[in-house]
Design a protein around this ligand. Sequence first.
Ligand code: SF4
Ligand code: SF4
Length: 185
Amino acid sequence: MQLTNRSKNVVNKEMTFWERIYLPAIFKGMWTTLKHFFRKKNTLNYPEEKREFAPVYRGWHVLKRDQQGRENCTACGLCAVACPAEAITMEAAERKKGEENLYREEKYAAVYEINMLRCIFCGLCEEACPKEAIFLTDRLIPADYVRQNFIFGKDMLVEGVEPEKRVDVTVRQKHITEKKTAVGV
Ligand code: SF4
Ligand code: SF4
């Protein structure tokens, strides 16, 4: 049975003179190479050069803090339930006296991990979060040779307290809101 019409019948015909000297084939190949010198390059010299991403690109998550530097996450688990890849795990803990400046609410995530090898960057965790605690950002996940290093804990997810260590998610959120408004969601 013939699946496609791309098959070719091979015949053992004699090579012509031009085929035997190979020169036309060599020049044809060189002409193809030469043409590519003058074409626009499709590649970038990463990491020196970076490709511009879509404003709503979904990359490395951030766990946000509030204005006073307290962690927003209350370990409610809704992001983990919403995650179709089962990439999020967490352990909740109760805030102790004197920790009011660290955690916004009485319950917080003592452990919060995302397995970046399982994550499909769908953004459902961000949508499920009632506390505006988790957002996806335009940051790329760094490459690594060790699987264990792709399990990002709080040290890799929670933004810093200092203003220069905060991760700005407002631009991306503005674009998402505009898109949703445009399609009437
Ligand atoms: S982006 Fe999607 S797959 Fe990744 S952690 Fe969030 S919900 Fe799970
Ligand atoms: S990130 Fe949001 S949804 Fe996930 S546990 Fe924390 S508060 Fe709940």
